[in-house]
Design a protein around this ligand. Structure first.
Ligand SMILES: Cc1cc2nc3c(=O)[nH]c(=O)nc-3n(C[C@H](O)[C@H](O)[C@H](O)COP(=O)(O)OP(=O)(O)OC[C@H]3O[C@@H](n4cnc5c(N)ncnc54)[C@H](O)[C@@H]3O)c2cc1C
Length: 834
């Protein structure tokens, strides 16, 4: 019994020291005190036999070693120096392009999650969604007007291109220059406003959204605004803002897709003649493909590698990736024909050139920025990736929910609105969750960017998570619509998004790469509190300086790991009961506690994964992919809580928050469990499992009743449904396919009571509902329904018939025009192939 007391005291002491990140000397003192108590016999009244024997000896030897390690010179010689050499060998080597990617962008709330002890005040300090009066007016004015002008079928099928009036409207109202500062003639809108405007357009037409998105994301405009010379700014920015120039950005080529930095596009610095003058310039050869707006572009932003064989710029031969502005009509520039990406109507195509001479001052930022292209791109990408695709993915998830829930209420089978059937409730509940989570994360992340952050890891999470969630919502929406979603035509409001979805998955870092390589493998380096500093120390060319830097960080890293080990074990044993909760977390305290607990587990597993796998991390993509998922779930749940609080914790949303939280925590757990179960080292696997799952995997997916409650909220008009689908374009025009849904939905809900009476009469055989009979008239005659109810039911039936109708065509009408005789349907798209 006394031993048990001592053991309990020791364990409690270890938890206290470990979790408080006590220094080594405190551990030594604690250990020595425990040894003294044990050996002195204070607990028994006489010394214990074991304490006097070899175990006691071993204990003191260990205490002596630990005590010796408290002396800096001994610690350095015995431990730090050999470890420094070992870590040098196992830590991932960071290439120049990776370093540029790592140094670009900022670290934000992601670092809090990596720390295992998130500081909630940092989350709460992110401003809620705010727009200026001018931005609001633009969203509700020109943006709505643009949306109203869109006829998706005409664009997607009949014309297969963006109509001139849409281009003109977008140019006239400054849509192409939203990110260009007012000083240079642009709208100078905040990232939050840009995100909402893009989202509203995307909810109407992915094609139209694309032509607005590209000039406002990673394109020449942003690069010139940030890095351009004064002359480039003066000349190009006003022209871009007014749409006098149509820009494109050319990075990808046939041999360099995801691995864009290995491009073969090359420029040699040499003297040449430009506009009759001899100047220093670059002779370029390139071959690009998939370039959005490329076929219509007047200004090509071009990325290529620069070599300076004669050292004309005085900085060595291999200068690295560079970005220049090349007018599309410059001699030698070849703009190819069009690709047809997923049948999309937005312009996209190849461009190429051979031995095209450009003056050096066409490089963005001029001569000084030769070789700085990759850094520039990575910096812009860190912010841009948080805005462009997440905006359309959030808007997509919201409009899919709005339209599909309306359809699921209108469409009846087996005498029931299909949305009320349990089998369909499941996908609808997923759609509710995705719409809420995507919008929560979009809003919070856009606010971060609006206040100047360029969150590189978070932007990667946002890109792959929001687009994947939209893809799931799309699949669910298609399933819910059955044949109505499959048959294309002017009345189909799903196909545009369905066709465009793979584009969102592929661009700005294809999702598999973004998940399995960028988010965690690079994220760990970026967001981990010590790892990148250790890597930098190990890669320091000066060994002494490197060792000193390593020593400073290493001790902190060890106490961080120990703290996470004890912290994770403690919070998992106590089911998160003691997790830290911010002030005024009424109604959300439990989720904060669980988030805290999960962050502890994540920090431990992430840290051990990095420490054990080292340089092998990049190739262990099933591990890094799962860790990316785990980190994402934590971030998304934090955004959900933030959104709920920013919205004033509306009572109607609390079930949705619970649904998102429970499912998110469960997915987090499964991702972490998958990581641990597949971790290549057995002892580490065991240690991780002990700390992260001491009582097994306890989170469960949200129960069925919760999903049911959430679906009920969207099967009738109301404030929760409107809040869930806020900021998208909602038509009220019954001649528009989605407007027709809105009108019919409201009337169908209003007619529900009358419909029930009619259904009952049909079931009782009093009224016959077959072609050729007037069943509503019969029911009214029998007094089953009133005349007013009959009128409403007739209206609903007429509208419903239009909602469930699908289009049909004359075969000649649907024959692709490029298959008409005489058309040369060559498929080759690159100059090389031609
Ligand atoms: C419609 C459309 C518009 C585009 N617009 C532009 C544009 O305007 N400008 C521009 O420069 N580019 C543009 N792109 C190019 C786009 O960025 C690339 O398609 C993308 O980077 C992927 O390259 P890839 O298609 O060659 O695929 P690949 O690089 O061949 O990748 C194939 C698959 O392998 C995966 N993968 C590759 N490497 C890894 C790795 N190390 N680890 C894990 N998975 C990996 C990818 O995730 C992907 O799933 C566009 C592409 C499309 C389709």
């Amino acid at each position: 019994m006394p031993e048990l007391v001592l053991i309990v005291l020791c364990v409690a002491g270890a938890f206290a020291l470990g979790m408080r990140r006590a220094p080594l000397w405190a551990w030594v003192l604690g250990f020595a005190a425990a040894m003294l108590i044990w050996q002195s016999g204070a607990l028994h009244g006489q010394p214990h036999a074991l304490a006097q024997g070899w175990l006691g000896m071993a204990g003191w030897v260990l205490a002596a070693i630990l005590a010796a390690l408290c002396v800096p010179t001994i610690r350095r010689g015995l431990l730090v120096q050999p470890l420094f050499q070992l870590v040098k060998r196992i830590l991932p080597r960071v290439s120049e392009t990776e370093r540029a990617a790592l140094d670009a962008g900022t670290v934000g709330f992601d670092a809090e999650l990596f720390s295992g002890q998130p500081d909630w005040s940092k989350l709460r300090a992110v401003p809620p969604i705010t727009l200026t009066e001018e931005e609001k007016a633009f969203l509700d004015g020109p943006t709505n007007e643009l949306c109203r002008m869109v006829n998706d079928w005409t664009i997607r099928h009949n014309e297969k291109e963006i109509p001139a009036e849409i281009w003109d409207f977008a140019k006239q109202h400054g849509f192409l220059g939203m990110l260009i500062s007012k000083e240079h003639g642009g709208l100078g809108f905040s990232p939050q406003a840009q995100s909402l405007i893009l989202g509203r357009i995307a909810s109407r037409s992915p094609d139209v959204c694309t032509i607005v998105m590209v000039p406002n994301s990673l394109g020449p405009g942003e690069l010139i605004e940030k890095y351009g010379t004064p002359e480039q700014k003066e000349h190009y920015l006003p022209r871009l803002a007014q749409g006098l120039e149509v820009p494109c950005f050319s990075l990808t080529g046939p041999t360099s897709g995801s691995d864009a930095a290995t491009m073969r596009d090359v420029g040699y610095v040499e003297r040449g003649t430009h506009e009759g003058r001899e100047v220093v310039g670059i002779r370029l050869s390139w071959d690009k493909r998939y370039i959005t707006l490329g076929p219509n572009a007047t200004l090509v932003g071009l990325a290529f590698r620069v070599f300076d064989p004669d050292n004309l710029l005085g900085k060595g031969e291999d200068r690295g990736i560079t970005v220049a502005l090349v007018p599309a009509d410059h001699p030698g520039v070849e703009i190819g024909r069009r690709h047809l990406p997923s049948g999309g109507a937005f312009p996209n195509g190849p461009n190429w050139g051979r031995d095209v001479f450009i003056p050096i001052d066409w490089v963005i930022g001029g001569e000084a920025m030769v070789g700085q292209g990759w850094r520039m791109l990575m910096e812009c990408l860190a912010a841009g990736r948080s805005i462009s695709l997440p905006s359309s993915a959030a808007a997509g998830a919201k409009s899919l929910l709005r339209n599909t829930s309306a359809y699921a209420r209108i469409r009846k089978q087996f005498d029931l609105p299909i949305g009320r059937m349990e089998g369909l409730e499941e996908p609808l509940a997923r759609m509710v969750e995705n719409a809420y989570v995507n919008e929560a994360a979009r809003g919070v992340t856009a606010s971060m960017v609006s206040r100047g952050e360029k969150p590189s890891v978070i932007s990667a999470i946002m890109k792959y998570q929001t687009t994947e969630r939209m893809r799931r919502s799309l699949n669910d929406a298609m399933d819910l619509h059955g044949g109505r979603g499959v048959c294309d035509g002017p009345s189909n409001y799903l196909q545009a998004a369905y066709q465009a979805m793979p584009v969102a998955i592929t661009v700005e870092g294809a999702n598999i790469l973004t998940r399995s390589l960028i988010t965690f493998a690079q994220g760990a380096l970026r967001s981990h509190p010590y790892l990148y500093k250790e890597v930098q120390a190990c890669q320091d060319a000066d060994d002494e300086r490197g060792l000193a830097a390593f020593e400073r960080v290493f001790a902190d890293h060890v106490s961080f790991t120990v703290s996470n080990l004890f912290g994770a074990l403690f919070h998992n044993l106590t089911s998160g009961w003691f997790g830290r909760v911010p002030d005024k977390a009424y109604g959300t305290a439990e989720w904060y506690r669980q988030l805290w607990r999960s962050s502890r587990s994540f920090a431990l597993v992430a840290d051990l994964s990095v420490a054990v796998l080292g340089g092998g991390l990049k190739t262990k993509q099933k591990i890094t992919g799962r860790l990316a998922d785990a980190l994402s779930e934590l971030y998304l749940l934090a955004c959900v809580l933030k959104r709920y609080e920013d919205d004033g914790k509306p009572v109607g949303d609390r079930h949705i928050v619970a649904l998102a939280a429970r499912n998110g925590l469960w997915r987090f757990q499964e991702a972490l469990r998958g990581t641990i179960d597949n971790f290549p080292s057995l002892p580490v696997r065991w240690l991780m499992r002990l700390a992260a799952f001491p009582l097994g995997a306890r989170y469960k997916p949200a129960p069925d009743w919760l999903g049911h409650k959430c679906v009920e909220l969207v099967l009738a008009p109301g404030e929760v449904r409107d809040r869930l689908t806020r900021y998208i374009y909602v038509s009220d025009n019954p001649d528009d396919p989605t407007g027709l849904l809105e009108v019919t939905f409201t009337k169908a809900v209003a007619a529900e009571a009358a419909e029930k009476k009619l259904d009952r009469a049909v079931r009782q055989g009093r009224v016959h509902r077959v072609h050729g009979t007037d069943w509503i008239g019969e029911a009214a005659k029998l007094g089953v329904i009133s005349d007013d109810e009959a009128r409403l039911l007739r209206e609903v039936e007429a509208l419903t018939a239009r909602v469930i109708a699908v289009d049909h065509f004359d075969p000649a009408e649907v024959k692709p025009h490029y298959l008409t005789p005489g058309h040369n349907a060559r498929a080759m798209q690159s100059a090389a192939a031609e």
